[in-house]
Design a protein around this ligand. Sequence first.
Ligand SMILES: Cc1cc2nc3c(=O)[nH]c(=O)nc-3n(C[C@H](O)[C@H](O)[C@H](O)COP(=O)(O)OP(=O)(O)OC[C@H]3O[C@@H](n4cnc5c(N)ncnc54)[C@H](O)[C@@H]3O)c2cc1C
Length: 327
Amino acid sequence: MVVVDRLMTVSLSPAALASLERRFGAQVRFGIPLARYTAARVGGPAECLIEIESATALADAAAWLWAQGLDFLVLGGGSNVLVSDSGLKGVILVNKARAAGKVRFEARSQPPVVWAEAGVNLGVIARQAAVRGLSGLEWAAGIPGTLGGAVVGNAGAHGGDIAANLIVAEILQREQSAVGISTSISQWSPERMEFAYRSSRLKKAPGQALVLSATLRLESSSREAVEEKMEAFNAYRRQTQPPGASMGSMFKNPPSDYAGRLIEAAGLKGARVGGAQISLLHANFFINEGAATAGDIYALIQLARRQVRQASGVELETEIQLLGDFA
Ligand SMILES: Cc1cc2nc3c(=O)[nH]c(=O)nc-3n(C[C@H](O)[C@H](O)[C@H](O)COP(=O)(O)OP(=O)(O)OC[C@H]3O[C@@H](n4cnc5c(N)ncnc54)[C@H](O)[C@@H]3O)c2cc1C
């Protein structure tokens, strides 16, 4: 069985829809295809979608939605999720902030740090660090999506990950008391984030807390050295990972093995369902060749899990999150 991370199948009431329109005005849109907001370019309509451009707006929107008792989900770059073809009910907050004014470097502090809002693209932060001659985020340059999504999933590559860089994350939490629902903002250390391989406390308990911003540790270096290392990582990525619409690695690597190797050993390199294919270059990448549905990709996930279980007895666990109804 593949676990669905968020079902989001309960429709908003007419009264809730009306109050959303009153609260968010022209920002609220209805029935927008989520394929436009996901890296795999699949996913049915969002019942209600609001684009958010700052951490303050994210905190305000979330506080209001929690107080109203309305189900909502934050999407960053949509690069680590598979959204079902039937779409998602409730409210989708798309959190994407332009870097201007939302990223601050303190190059002279000890250690040097960068603070950024959760909606900023992680690769943009890494490249801005490089220009300033600040090392430590070279591994992140080729990872799509937002800083918030990276913190939630403890994104990592080339031996680095968010857990190793994070100094503190600013977290908005839902609080329930006898008086009602309120929110609080606090600074979480890496220990409190409970980071694990591609996981964190927030990923394990979705819907309870949001990342508003994060401060990452850097090191002084030179622009040339940082850019050279970054380019070497990017060249390796281009050589070993396929281009095209995907979610990156589909499954977590099991202890002391590789999901891609196991899928290849099960004879599934190049396997197709509809418009989706298991990459010929890297079997842990599932590619939308243009006309794939989420159902096609989901069928490939199930096929890979079944065949790997039969071939090697290993139970593959998805790295991506499944959102919506896949029944
Ligand atoms: C081509 C490709 C290559 C990739 N390579 C890598 C790699 O090398 N290493 C790696 O780790 N990953 C990789 N990924 C996966 C993905 O890019 C990362 O997991 C990324 O950090 C996800 O960020 P996002 O903003 O797209 O998150 P989304 O996919 O939008 O969301 C992921 C989860 O985080 C939650 N979320 C997002 N923002 C917030 C927030 N502010 N507060 C609370 N919850 C939030 C969402 O609700 C969802 O549950 C790759 C993906 C692709 C398509």
